[in-house]
Design a protein around this ligand. Structure first.
Ligand code: AVJ
Length: 324
């Protein structure tokens, strides 16, 4: 079992060396399926992360700023329902941006970001740890499946699992139930969960949030193709793909697709894949919730909901729950 390295007085780094998925095989299989798909993880190379940041600053994309305002407004109310001594564990922490507010307001005894992108995790924690000398930083380089089975230390401070941004909306219903059960394991029997869930609303508002006027979401969507060209030399012509994002009301989800405008042939894993004009590649689902419906999913995953907070406009919700 890998051992944590001490990088700074209050920062240790544990590299669980997440297995490199055979992306070429995975992409070849998903693109040659009757309904071609691409995993949304392919949006997020360095350029993709920068494009997502740009999306969060558009007037149309409300989730990130609405959630940040809710956290700022209710951080004390949340703390009043939590034990004084806490370790915040954050799977998929990325650049550790969203937790800063909680570190400022709560001064937990520990913070454990779990993140697959090694350099991103190292850069973020090396920058953060000196700012919070009283917080013990335990950075873990791991993929989701490794992260969710990271045992809770029942003798130590209670663990609060922090999963913001409504990234939970990317999971299909069954995978979501499994993932929430994984968050329950990560929290442990004495742990808690603080999670963000975007709410169902007027389709026009949702469609606007995924079709911003500046075109950042369209560029973010096409970036999956640029990323695969760089990483797997697929030979896509990304500019020959139309960005399509719409709210599928019956499925209660935003769907993102890339529509091929002219015949293309790409190659991956020594396979040549024909993409005739009109082909749609399904690149992301972002499910939308109700407070009641999401609370039921938390109960099914082994949590007892404590409180939830929704902004005045009813756009976004944050849920605090404890291990049942
Ligand atoms: C980061 C997955 C929460 O689904 O709203 C933003 C990603 N996709 N614009 C979302 C995204 C298009 C975002 N999540």
């Amino acid at each position: 079992m890998a051992r944590p390295q001490r990088l700074l007085p209050n920062l240790t780094f544990l590299d669980l060396r997440p297995p490199m998925t055979d992306a070429a095989q995975e992409v070849a299989a998903s693109l040659s399926a009757p309904s071609p798909t691409l995993d949304p993880k392919y949006f997020y190379d360095e350029r993709g992360s920068a494009l997502f940041d740009a999306i969060t600053r558009t007037p149309e994309y409300y989730p990130t700023r609405t959630e940040a305002a809710l956290l700022a407004e209710h951080a004390d109310a949340m703390a009043s329902e939590l034990p004084g001594d806490l370790v915040i564990a954050e799977p998929g922490a990325g650049g550790c941006d969203k937790v800063r507010l909680l570190l400022d307001r709560w001064r937990p005894s520990g913070y454990m970001p779990l993140e697959i992108s090694r350099q991103c995790l190292l850069d973020a924690t090396r920058e953060l740890a000196p700012r919070y000398p009283s917080v013990r930083f335990s950075a873990v380089c791991a993929d989701y499946s490794q992260a969710l089975s990271f045992p809770a230390d029942d003798l130590g401070p209670a663990r609060l699992v922090f999963f913001p941004g409504s990234t939970i909306g990317n999971f299909e219903p069954t995978a979501r139930a499994d993932f929430l059960a994984g968050l329950r394991r990560l929290a442990g029997d004495h742990g808690y969960l603080l999670i963000g869930a975007d709410l169902q609303k007027d389709p026009a508002r949702l469609n606007a949030a995924y079709n911003d006027a500046r075109g950042h979401t369209a560029a973010f969507n096409r970036n999956a193709l640029h990323h695969l060209n760089r990483r797997l030399n697929c030979g896509f012509d990304p500019d020959a793909f139309e960005h399509r994002a719409f709210y599928n009301e019956s499925a209660r989800r935003i769907e993102m697709h890339l529509e091929c405008r002219r015949d293309q042939t790409i190659s991956v894993a020594d396979q040549r894949i024909q993409l005739p004009a009109g082909t749609r590649i399904h690149t992301e689902n972002s499910y939308k919730f109700t407070v009641e419906g999401f609370s039921r999913e938390l109960v099914d995953a082994g949590f007892a909901p404590l409180s939830s907070w929704v902004d005045e406009e009813g756009l976004f919700s944050i849920h605090l729950a404890r291990a049942a």
